[in-house]
Design a protein around this ligand. Structure first.
Ligand code: HEM
Length: 227
């Protein structure tokens, strides 16, 4: 690093990075297998359950994970977003360490829509031969509404949000010369001296592994309720 006012800061801990790339893989797999249909639907179910596990893990990690992965670190009021867009950052304010104010809204939107997509998938019935494991616990009216949302609205909202996500990342590279992808790969950013790091040692990674295992167990149990 040549800039003496900056230091290397661990922003994205390993669990957050693994979460991100596994989520991206599982979401792409879910969209592609839904488009193929037929036998590929077995993989649609599997990737959907993986997304369920990952989202449950991220909800917990948003509370106990590394400093910059915690929801509290990127829960910005709209006024801060407007100030960020105007470039009117206050002295000492650190708006671009983790998710910036604008990006944070897209992260919450993606997580929220994916949660809704998993929930509707669990009770959906496509009237062919794909039935969500929790379908038997809801009325046919609820199942119909859920299926409609899952296959139409939810699917397209996810595709739109992911495209927006990729466009925003491309915009940061092209216009602001900021590479957001590399930190999501190696975890680090060059930031002003004194910027606090996310803890990312063995204890945090073991905690993440234990939480992930617990989430997998929970999802396995929920799915097994369908018999
Ligand atoms: C289906 C595909 C994808 C989904 C669903 C997705 C979803 C997400 C989510 C939920 C986050 C927040 C991470 C967290 O705090 O837990 C995020 C962040 C991020 N994603 Fe993706 N992502 C996808 C594909 C990609 C791809 C292909 C790239 C790279 C080209 C990418 C680059 C990033 C980067 C750089 C961030 C951090 C942004 C920031 O610094 O605020 N994503 N993504």
């Amino acid at each position: 690093m040549t800039d003496s006012t900056k230091q290397t800061v661990r922003v994205w801990d390993l669990p957050t990075r693994l979460f991100h790339w596994l989520l991206a893989t599982a979401v792409i797999t879910s969209v592609v297998t839904a488009k193929i249909g037929g036998n590929a639907m077995a993989w649609h179910f599997r990737s959907g359950y993986c997304i369920f596990v990952l989202l449950a893990f991220r909800l917990l990690w948003g509370m106990v994970g590394g400093r910059w992965s915690r929801f509290a670190s990127f829960l910005y009021p709209p006024a801060t977003v407007l100030r960020y867009l105007r470039g009117a950052q206050r002295a000492g304010e650190r708006l671009e360490v983790g998710h910036n104010p604008l990006g944070s809204y897209s992260v919450f939107a993606m997580l929220g829509i994916l949660i809704l997509q998993v929930a509707t998938g669990l009770v959906a019935d496509d009237d062919i031969d794909n039935v969500g494991p929790l379908n038997k616990f809801v009325s046919s009216a609820v199942a119909n509404q859920a299926s409609g949302w899952h296959a139409k609205v939810g699917q397209w909202l996810i595709i739109a949000l992911v495209l927006l996500h990729l466009l925003a990342i491309a915009f940061y590279v092209a216009r602001k010369h900021i590479d957001l992808v590399r930190p999501m790969v190696n975890g680090d950013k060059a930031l002003p001296i004194g910027t606090l790091s996310s803890a990312d040692g063995l204890p945090q990674r073991l905690l993440a592994a234990a939480l992930l295992a617990a989430c997998a167990g929970l999802v396995g149990w929920v799915v097994s309720l369908g018999g």
